[in-house]
Ligand binder design. Structure first.
Ligand SMILES: Nc1ncnc2c1ncn2[C@@H]1O[C@H](COP(=O)(O)OP(=O)(O)OP(=O)(O)O)[C@@H](O)[C@H]1O
Length: 228
């Protein structure tokens, strides 16, 4: 992938400097300070951002030319769950994710209720998404994206709104998944659980490798003000 995407309104702004990456590991974490480019990098992976130069491909599919196939392969969990919850009632949102795989309505409802139960959210099934707490919404969004069953999950700071118990639940859930997960986080413990770590600073990847060494370097650079 080589991608310096620019904003439509300001073609001079480089959001990510030219980058070549092959992301094959089962669990890849992305860390870096606010505004360093983590979301930009993740958004390139499912075509939410198009690169202004170079290409991004997922399983051989170009994220611009084969966007529909890329979206079939890559689920995206947004930092703000309201960016992705489209139905007004919790169970309906999860049901919608099953639409491609379960044609029968009753079976779909039952699958959605089971999925909610597995994340301890069954009691919220009939609630309006607008009446949920931020953390509850974040877990419902996780439930919905998992129900869609894509091969790859990209998650942008998925623990931001979660308390200690639900943070552990989300991390355990992610650890148990078969699919590849690429996630941005400010939780260095969560980042340490990955197989590979990318550290971003000022729209550049400044570290790519073993999480323990990368986290130690990031901590030291950030605390000494040598990271933006
Ligand atoms: N569409 C856009 N137009 C203009 N600037 C943008 C756009 N998207 C992102 N940026 C800028 O690019 C930089 C990187 O943003 P990005 O969201 O990738 O950061 P981040 O590392 O995910 O930050 P955070 O930890 O705060 O979520 C920021 O300075 C942001 O303001």
């Amino acid at each position: 992938m080589a991608a310096p995407p620019t904003t439509p309104g300001d073609p001079e702004t480089t959001l990510l400097h030219p980058t070549t990456l092959d992301l094959g590991e089962h669990r890849i974490a992305v860390i870096g300070s606010n505004g360093s480019g983590k979301s930009t990098l993740l958004r390139l992976l499912n075509g939410l951002h198009a690169p202004s130069a170079g290409t991004v491909s997922v399983r051989g599919n170009d994220t611009v030319r084969a966007l529909r196939q890329v979206r079939r392969d890559v689920g995206f969990l947004f930092t703000d769950p309201l960016s992705q919850l489209v139905m007004p009632v919790v169970v309906e949102d999860v049901e919608l994710s099953f639409k491609a795989t379960i044609k029968d309505r009753t079976a779909r409802r039952s699958a959605a209720l089971d999925a909610l139960d597995r994340l301890g959210l069954g009691h919220l099934a009939e609630h309006s998404i607008y009446d949920l707490s931020g953390g509850e919404r974040q877990l419902v969004a996780l439930c919905s994206v998992l129900a869609a069953g894509q091969r790859i999950l990209v998650a942008d700071e998925p623990t931001t709104l979660l308390d200690l118990r639900n943070n552990a639940l989300l991390q355990d859930t992610i650890a148990s998944l078969d699919q590849q997960v690429i996630y941005a986080t400010h939780d260095l413990g969560f980042a340490a659980a990955a197989e590979r770590l990318l550290v971003l600073d000022d729209a550049r990847i400044i570290y790519d490798g073993n999480p323990a060494a990368g986290i130690a370097a990031y901590r030291s650079l950030a605390l000494h003000g040598r990271i933006r």
